[in-house]
Design a protein around this ligand. Sequence first.
Ligand SMILES: [Mn+2]
Length: 360
Amino acid sequence: MFEERIKFLREKMEAKGLDAFLVVNIESSSKPTSYYLTGFTGSFSIVYITHDDVVFMTDGRYTEQAEKQTGEKPILFKKKLYDELENIIKLPKGSKIGFESNRISTNTYLNVFKKFEDFEFIPSENLILEMRRTKSSEEVKFIKEAAIIAEKALQETLDSFYIGMTEKEFAAKLEYNMKIYGADNYAFETIVASGPRGALPHGIASDKKINVGELIVIDFGAYANGYNSDITRTVATEGISDRQKEIYELVLKAQKAAVEAVKPGMKYSELDKVARDIIKNGGYGEYFSHGLGHGLGLEVHESPRVSYMSEEISQPGDIITIEPGIYLPGDLGVRIEDDVLVTEDGYEVLTSFDKSLIII
Ligand SMILES: [Mn+2]
């Protein structure tokens, strides 16, 4: 159990008038929060926190693992969810129980939560998301490690590249190398999108062979110690045109300017604008078709939002991605992405892979 986090959660519960907080993690539905509060990484758990008690349950598959990870013997889940919860929740009528409404199914809500007529279940996922947003120095270290693993793997994969390699082979090698360098898994399905496929911002690796004269968007990350990295580099094969190079340089200029603009106390919509204005002035405004980035941590996408629509203000401890791109349908794509920590007086870039245009 992470005592400090539980203590902090209780302060937040107090402020919101909650008597308890209930995490229901079924088939990994709330694995990040379950892990954040207890250290448990299994796919099934119930965490119930009141102002003076913590109940942790899992099933027989995880007895040993749970004890190791949380430091306490778990209560074993044996009955139906409603019956187990009825046993655990001992609160007076009218008590308020916070829960993550974005993490439970409609089925659980209707057939379990709704049946407790004595209590009020209050959607409270923001309370956890706000807590998770501010990273401790240990969390920063974990994300940095996940970035280093990913970068070593990219270098090794680029070294083994040959013209005619398929995107899938490239992705498979990259994922394999990440595991060899210590990743527990890859953070998400690796994107390797070459030539015209680069214009698909989420072009999962295909059977397409990578040819000469192409830009290749590689967006990937490592998952280690419960945390994710998320990096994009666009590299080129021999024979690319001056126009392809110019578009690359424009994205790079926008990306660097946005990274250098990071500081606490700014609207994320304004950070987005720093990169967007540069791409717009370069004549490609309409081809930067997504937000600048996103929060990163236990999940690949988490709070805060970093886009033109965001109303959030940057804070020390935020870890965000900065990933502008230009996508020309049927032609090419370029995206460059770093992971950046907001510090007390500016920023620290957690990724370090070379951003000058690499010809492989
Ligand atoms: Mn990203």
